[in-house]
Ligand binder design. Sequence first.
Ligand SMILES: CC(C)[C@H](C(=O)O)[C@@H](O)C(=O)O
Ligand code: SF4
Length: 466
Amino acid sequence: MSKKTLFDKIWDTHVVKQIKDGPSVLYIDRHFIHEVTSPQAFKGLEKRGLPVFRPQQVVATADHNVPTLNQELPIKEELSRIQVQTLKDNCAKFGIELYGLGHPFQGIVHVIGPELGVTQPGCTYVCGDSHTSTHGAFGSIAFGIGTSEVEMVLATQCLLQSKPKLMRISVDGDLGKGVTSKDIVLYILAQISASGATGYAVEFAGSAIRALTMEARMTICNMSIEMGARCGMIAPDQTTFDYVKGRKFAPQGADWDKKLAEWQQLYSDQDSVFDKEYHFKAEDIEPMITYGTNPGMGIGVTGHVPELSEISQRDQPAFEKSIQYMGLKAGEHIMGHPVDYVFIGSCTNSRIEDLRQVAAFVKGKQKAEGVTCWVVPGSKQVEAQAKEEGIDKILEAAGFQLRQPGCSACLGMNEDKIPAGKYCISTSNRNFEGRQGPNARTMLASPLMAAAAAVTGKVCDVRELV
Ligand SMILES: CC(C)[C@H](C(=O)O)[C@@H](O)C(=O)O
Ligand code: SF4
């Protein structure tokens, strides 16, 4: 029998039809939708008089435009209000269950799928959202699609897709104290660049990846899109099965046993071939921070912004523009740089483990004066859990503000924006110009590094504080 990769195994069981010399018709198990990329798709269906083919396989939530304070009140911003209302109307019209504002399951689409047990190994997931790659942490094929494709999936539960090339990135060894999965992914990005995996489906493997919890694995797959990857994935194992078991939409009883037996076959066969492979050592990874305006522009916290001479001539103009935007100089050390805002949230790092880690770190400490600290849970369930565990009290005592769930300052589609010129250490996944607000300056880091910056008021090495 020929050797198959994890990707091949899932892909092959979902191809409905292979078009000669063209793409495949791929079956989609679950389709996530949110308010930003679904309105045009529904409009398209209406225009053609088509129903949603399998409404029970669509999961809807409102996340990008929702306020994170006073969610029970009508949304003030007109555009946001219209977006959220349109999603509500479309879901009602087309028979789709909506976890909208006020619903106990509402939250960032990539946080709620896993926590509800909708996300499972061996399945295909799409959403009109690039960070759909998050769900690949369960050993599934999950990727973002455009609005016209959202329409296609709503109408047919299928999608035309060409099979991507395959890459494996292995990280072996043990992570040091204060180094987390966010640092792993920022490190990989710094090594291979923000375009290093363009066009590939990436499987993350190796002992350092296998040692991670599910939530930590999600952080890595979440950012695989930032390397240009079509999707990211990790083979399911006992950690995965334990996480899924017992969740609301997880299989139960005999169904569970049957599924588990299938899931246990989901790994890349020994000697299966990848188009490209990378190997990294966990011991080489420091707590990371970005200095530029793409997620590949990251350095270890003890490092410095590259010198111009370290940058290829071709990339120098973009590099200079980028550090100018950030108000940094070539060769400058990043440690000690003042910070104005700390944002702990987004589909990269807003799950309960992230909040627990932050709370454990800040307990008994105080945020530095002049720093604004927002903690935005990824979902209502994370928020409820945080309150149950007293995390809210710990954060409030330290001067942090625990807000309500949503994408928030990750992209500032609601009121949560970082003012122009200000520095924000953010646990999100993108540091593009203007991402967190016009002329805001974003430095990406782990929740621990963000919390450390909050209490010291500057970029610091969290390893000295844990
Ligand atoms: C709004 C949405 C289309 C977008 C995406 O696709 O990623 C957003 O979630 C983001 O993170 O920039
Ligand atoms: S939290 Fe940020 S990255 Fe994630 S879906 Fe929302 S806007 Fe996109």
